[in-house]
Design a protein around this ligand. Structure first.
Ligand SMILES: *Cc1c(COP(=O)(O)O)cnc(C)c1O
Length: 497
């Protein structure tokens, strides 16, 4: 299995180890597999009786053909072990009627990005060996909160790797900030920037495409690599959750082999939902994808009109991991639907004018699979309250956006419903202050975000997950804030230091 760039019509090929090491293609495009491997009904039946690590190793094996099955099984077993994911990696919880919550947040940072970032460093470590790399890897991450912490936990103290995380100083929750500022490990750095997530992400992308920077780092003995969801090594492990959810629906007797399910994903960078789409292309019976957004509903507008236009206000919401105006992984869907030349043109237009419009044919092809819905702050809060009161289910703010979108979709659709698997992407405790405020209808607000953890557990009796216990007592190691334009020099001084 070889890979190619979304912007390269000449289809230059790369191995999986190369694309995991490189992150972004040399032309600025994203790596995609040249073909999609099949997943047969017989294979799904076999996976039903397997543990999550075995399901993961078998699916990854179809994409990472330059890794042996034993390597993948050993990495998946270590990544998804009981001590990191107490109670299992991706449990499927029945919430009400046809709504199922695929809880992806039982890992070391209580957010779904752990699912990919516990395995990705192990894949990168092997990629350095497989590609004969003599330099060490420098991981640069732009984060809107959850990726940063999950990457830090995944890469800390891994041999031959340094990691540097940038986050928007006012764009993450107090808990997220504390989680990152208190990160342990000798190979980690965390730096805040003035600006929003897109400024941080653009800063990282610019460093990746800067040739002089690459030469300087090369002299220092480093090769750049990314842990953002643009890296194929982040995306591939996410395909597994949806296969796993389907197996669980089969095992629970909710569906029979071949029956379809719908999937709804709270979306930011379009990574998670794109992984679900790949599962469908492989043969997993998924009927439709609901792309859920918060008030930053650029994807809802794109899916409804065919125009992607980032010339609009940027809102800070209580679901900050979805506060995004450039949804990078959408480029992969565009490439699959419209081809490399059209994708390169759309991306050039996005860069020059901040917008692009896809052809009518491309728009209809996308609409066959995807619908966009959004929940503003009010609808999100109401959903949290309603799900807790009516179904005794406590969703976090991002999951609530998705639950609201799923219900809107079902109301519009009005035809026979099938199981709707809603990706639940964070523990409610990760956003405890907003969840608590939503429950109490805005009265009786928590004194501060940290005491909200205790108040929420008192109110609901739901236990605080292990990664968030005792946060206030940990030592703060990183408190620097810099301008986005100073990111390159911060990177160099960290490497030299
Ligand atoms: C990252 C994140 C998302 C968005 O996922 P994408 O793959 O970027 O679309 C949603 N919810 C939470 C809690 C996240 O951390």
């Amino acid at each position: 299995m070889m890979y190619q760039s979304t912007r390269d019509a000449s289809h230059k090929k790369y191995t999986a180890a190369e694309v995991i090491k490189m992150g972004l293609a040399p032309d600025g495009g994203l790596f995609i597999p040249e073909t999609i491997p099949a997943l047969t009904a017989d294979e799904i039946t076999v996976l039903c009786n397997e543990s999550y690590p075995v399901r993961a190793a078998k699916i990854l094996g179809k994409f990472l053909t330059d890794y042996t099955y034993d390597e993948l099984l050993s990495d998946c077993t270590a990544a998804y072990c009981e001590s990191s994911f107490p109670g299992g990696a991706a449990p499927l919880v029945h919430v009400h009627d046809n709504i199922y919550s695929l809880e992806l947040w039982h890992g070391p940072t209580a957010a779904f990005k752990d699912m990919a970032l516990q395995i990705m460093p192990r894949l990168l470590s092997r990629a350095l060996v497989k590609t004969g790399e003599t330099r060490d890897a420098l991981i640069l991450v732009a984060t809107s909160g959850d990726t940063g912490k999950a990457a830090l936990e995944g890469y800390k103290d891994i041999d031959r790797i340094k990691i540097m995380v940038f986050y928007p100083v006012d764009g993450v929750s107090r808990v997220q900030k504390l989680q990152m500022a208190t990160q342990t490990g000798d190979n980690v750095n965390v730096t805040a920037i003035y600006g929003n997530f897109d400024d941080a992400q653009t800063g990282v992308k610019n460093i990746f495409s800067d040739k002089t920077m690459a030469e300087t780092l090369d002299k220092e003995g480093y090769v750049l690599s990314s842990a953002n969801s643009i890296n194929w090594g982040r995306l591939a492990p996410q395909i597994v959750y949806y296969v796993s959810a389907y197996c669980d629906l089969l095992s629970k007797g909710v569906i029979k082999m071949g029956d379809v399910m719908d999937v709804c994903v709270p979306t930011g960078n379009f990574g998670n939902i794109f992984a679900a789409y790949i599962a469908k292309l492989m043969g997993l019976p998924i009927r439709h994808f609901v792309c859920a957004s918060n008030k930053n509903n650029i994807l809802t507008d794109f899916l409804r009109t065919g125009t992607y236009d980032r010339n609009r206000a940027f809102h800070l919401t209580m679901s900050p991991s979805m506060d995004i105006l450039i949804s990078s992984n959408l480029e992969r869907l565009l490439c699959f639907t419209a081809g490399e030349d059209a994708t390169a043109a759309y991306m050039a237009s996005l860069k020059e004018t901040g917008a692009y419009t896809v052809d009518q044919a491309v728009k209809s092809a996308i609409s066959e699979n995807f619908s966009g819905y959004f929940a503003d702050e009010c609808a999100t809060a109401a959903t949290i309250q309603n799900y807790y009161k009516s179904y005794n289910y406590l969703p976090d703010t991002h999951t609530a956006v998705a639950l609201s979108a799923a219900e809107q979709y079902l109301a519009d659709k009005g035809e026979e419903t099938v199981p709707m698997v809603v990706a639940s992407t964070a523990s409610p405790y990760k956003f405890a202050a907003d969840v608590y405020a939503s429950l109490s209808g805005g009265e009786n607000l928590p004194k501060d975000p940290l005491s909200a953890l205790d108040q929420l557990t008192e109110e609901t009796g739901v236990a605080i997950p292990y990664p968030l216990c005792g946060l206030a007592d940990r030592e703060v190691r990183f408190s620097k804030v810099i301008k986005a334009e100073d990111m390159p020099s911060a990177v160099l001084s960290y490497c030299k230091g």
